[in-house]
Design a protein around this ligand. Structure first.
Ligand code: IVH
Length: 700
């Protein structure tokens, strides 16, 4: 009997209850449709997008429910049901590889307790006809939470590596796999002519955390968990990117082999280990189900100390002869099973909600929890992301909540239990001033985040601001990168960009690994940055939403820092491409006294720029807004823009009612259509050059 039919021993009752039968079948059909649709979508999100929207536990639950319904109502089982897949669909842009031996999945025991091990042992004994009093030998190992992979060696040389895909056809990821340092590219022992080694590609927790820090620093979305990060890097197209990600591999079995390499599963793993494959040390050869259950308990107790994530343990009948005898049931080996751990959730109280300020000024509410032990660690904080997240949870300070170790790494609050309220709970209010520097905060409606306006002054934002200030398109201070800025901050040598101009050789020499020469170079680079342009200076201030091109527009519009600092929102809105959000951000930046002080200090330190020459006024173009579109016959886009700006015109990137002229070249697209629909004058390059009093225009 298959494990499925065992689970559904009550099925017959339903089938025989004629009358009630029709409606039951209809209801089941509806539910099967719904489950199928959900599972298909989740599969797609998980395998193709590497971006799951539901926890594994929910997926597993739906999957099991569908399996159950299909077993109970065989007429509803379709060959295209999600339950008929071994894994997910292969990503279409990677080369396909047909596995020499299909990559199967294993049955998962749904009972988290010791009885899960007992149920497996019982099935094995029954199938083998093992007499009472005799015990089966098992190999017990970790269930790695990563991606299954097949490594094919021919004459000892790695020739291909493929993901599991749907179990029959996988994706060729050879180039990326070759960057995984623990995978041997060549074997030095005498190995079978054809040797396929199977195992799991995973990402260590420490690497995962580092990468997510990098993602966040770059303003990118962090990965959900190490497995998704590993999947993303394994299946992306540039091996150089994978190489930087430090993936790992652990072997747990074989695919096609031209000659047997051992008589037991543990023998296979021992041999693979000898040949240089990483095999996890946490595995045991044991007898009987009690020993399996003990292994399950033991691994649970060390789980959090492992450098990588696991989602359970795997039991395998050790003798290969017995494995053969046991065979397969519906694409799952009867000789193996996975025994997972329950989702790690616990109840606790939110004692308070604090606010942290990140490097970009973002205020993040953090729940301070009554410490609670979840999955081997004590959790006392959980991130709440932003105000909307708190509103969606419906969370109040003092609430009882369910917390979970998400992907075993970042604790999160899953839900609130409002039925446990006492009436003393209170709402969280986002502070109007920054808890670090006291500057005003504002809410970015688009991103739903609240930010500190302290900018250059706020210690939390200082580093980021300094890095930006020194960057190439800002004041371009050669050699002053993130590392050095860290060192300077740590040594208390600087606080704001203005302090850079007070640095001296003796103070720099106190830094680790800093010699005379590097000190002299840095000071020279800092000195050189004193002479700059107004546009660069504005950009260097790091005003939110003011990028390099907006800074240029502001500089050419106001022509002096004083004028810009004095401009009100109404005036700012007149500037090219400046809308309400940008205008507001500029205004609140300059309204912040701390920012004004830093600017003052910078000017005192000798930063200056040539006063923009008052250009001879060209009435035809001054103050007029141009939009360039298509390919011009002679001028490049930047060139044309520079010519227009030089004579007092404004250049915008999109057509609006404020546009005066659209300069159209070949293959002009939607901007041209928009200009026509708004009745805006459309001219060509020649006409533009005439307006600018520039001769010819034709290139030699
Ligand atoms: S054995 C025929 N051993 O779990 C048996 N699988 O459904 C083949 N997994 O995605 C699998 N750790 O990648 C086996 N120690 C282990 C494993 C393991 C993780 C994964 C495997 C597959 C799933 C099995």
């Amino acid at each position: 009997m298959s494990p499925l039919s065992e689970n559904n021993a009550t099925g017959d009752l339903f089938e025989s209850a004629i009358g009630a039968d029709e409606t039951a079948l209809d209801q089941a059909r509806e539910r099967v449709d719904e489950l199928t649709r959900n599972l298909e979508r989740w599969n797609y999100e998980y395998y193709v997008l590497d971006n799951p929207s539901v926890p594994d536990s929910e997926y597993d639950k739906a999957f099991r429910e569908l399996q159950g319904l299909e077993a109970r109502y065989p007429s509803l089982a379709s060959p295209t049901s999600p339950t008929q897949r071994v894994g997910g669909a292969a990503r279409s842009d990677l080369k396909k590889v047909t596995h020499a031996v299909p990559m199967l999945s294993i049955h998962t025991e749904t009972d988290f307790e010791a009885s899960g091990a007992e149920a497996f042992d019982e099935r094995v004994r029954k199938a083998l006809g093992t007499p009472e009093g005799e015990q089966i030998e098992y190999d017990a190992e970790l269930k790695f939470d990563g991606l299954a992979i097949n490594l094919r060696y021919e004459n000892g040389v790695l020739v291909s590596a493929a993901t599991r895909g749907d179990g029959i056809v996988g994706e060729d990821v050879t180039a990326n796999v070759k960057t995984i340092r623990t995978i041997p590219l060549r074997l030095h022992d005498k190995v079978p002519e054809v040797l396929e080694v199977r195992g799991e590609v995973i990402m260590h927790k420490a690497v995962f955390e580092r990468i997510n820090d990098e993602q966040r620093a770059a303003g990118l979305k962090p990965f959900v968990n190490p497995r998704n990060a590993a999947a993303g890097f394994l299946r992306q197209l540039d091996p150089k990117v994978t190489a930087r990600r430090r993936l790992s591999f652990y072997a747990y079995g074989l695919g096609e082999v031209s000659a047997p390499i051992a008589l037991t599963h543990s023998g296979i793993l021992d041999t693979l280990s000898r040949w240089g494959f990483p095999v996890a040390a946490e595995r045991r050869v044991v007898k009987g189900w009690q020993a399996l259950a003990e292994f399950h308990d033991w691994v649970k107790s060390i789980r959090q100390t492992l450098p990588f994530e696991i989602d359970g343990v795997v039991y395998k009948v050790n003798s290969l002869a017995e494995q053969q005898e046991l065979g397969f049931i519906s694409r799952e080996p009867r000789w193996a099973c996975a025994h997972k751990y329950p989702p790690e959730e616990a109840l606790t109280h939110v004692q308070d909600i604090d606010v942290q300020v990140g490097r970009t000024g973002k205020l993040t509410p953090v729940a301070r929890l009554e410490p609670v032990f979840v999955g081997g660690v004590t959790i006392s904080n959980a991130t709440l992301h932003n105000e909307d997240f708190i509103a969606e949870l419906g969370l109040k300070i003092g609430d009882t909540v369910v917390v979970r170790r998400a992907g075993d790494v970042i604790p999160e609050i899953v839900r609130v239990l409002p039925e446990r309220r006492h009436g003393t709970e209170r709402d969280f209010v986002m502070p109007k001033t920054c808890p670090v520097c006291g500057s005003e905060t504002f809410r970015d409606e688009e991103e739903k985040d609240t930010r500190c306006t302290g900018g250059l002054f706020c210690p939390a934002q200082r580093k980021q601001a300094l890095v930006h200030f020194a960057s190439r398109l800002a004041l371009n201070i050669d050699g002053l990168g993130e590392k050095l800025i860290d060192q300077l901050l740590e040594a208390d040598l600087i606080e704001t960009p203005a302090d850079l101009y007070k640095l001296t050789a003796p103070s720099l020499l106190t830094l680790e690994r800093f010699g005379q020469k590097s000190a002299a170079n840095l000071l020279a680079a800092i000195d050189k940055s004193r002479e700059t342009t107004l546009a660069r200076f504005i950009y260097a201030l790091g005003i939110r939403h003011v990028g390099e091109s907006t800074a240029r527009d502001l500089a050419s519009h106001y022509r002096s820092l004083e004028a810009l600092m004095a401009a009100d929102e109404q005036s700012l809105l007149q500037v090219n491409d400046v809308g309400e959000v940008i205008a507001q951000s500029i205004r609140s930046f300059f309204d912040e006294p701390h920012n004004r002080h830093v600017i003052e200090a910078l000017l005192k330190a000798g930063i200056h720029w040539p006063v923009p020459q008052a250009e001879p006024v060209n009435e035809a173009v001054t103050g007029k807004t141009f939009v360039l579109t298509g390919t011009l016959p002679n001028l490049g886009r930047e060139e044309a823009k520079a010519l227009l700006l030089a004579q007092g015109a404004k250049v915008a990137s999109s057509v609006s009612k404020k546009t005066d002229f659209v300069v159209a070249g070949e293959q002009a697209g939607s901007k041209l259509d928009k200009a026509r629909s708004l009745g805006i004058e459309v001219i060509d390059e020649k006409a533009m050059l005439e307006m600018l009093n520039i001769q010819g225009g034709e290139k030699a």
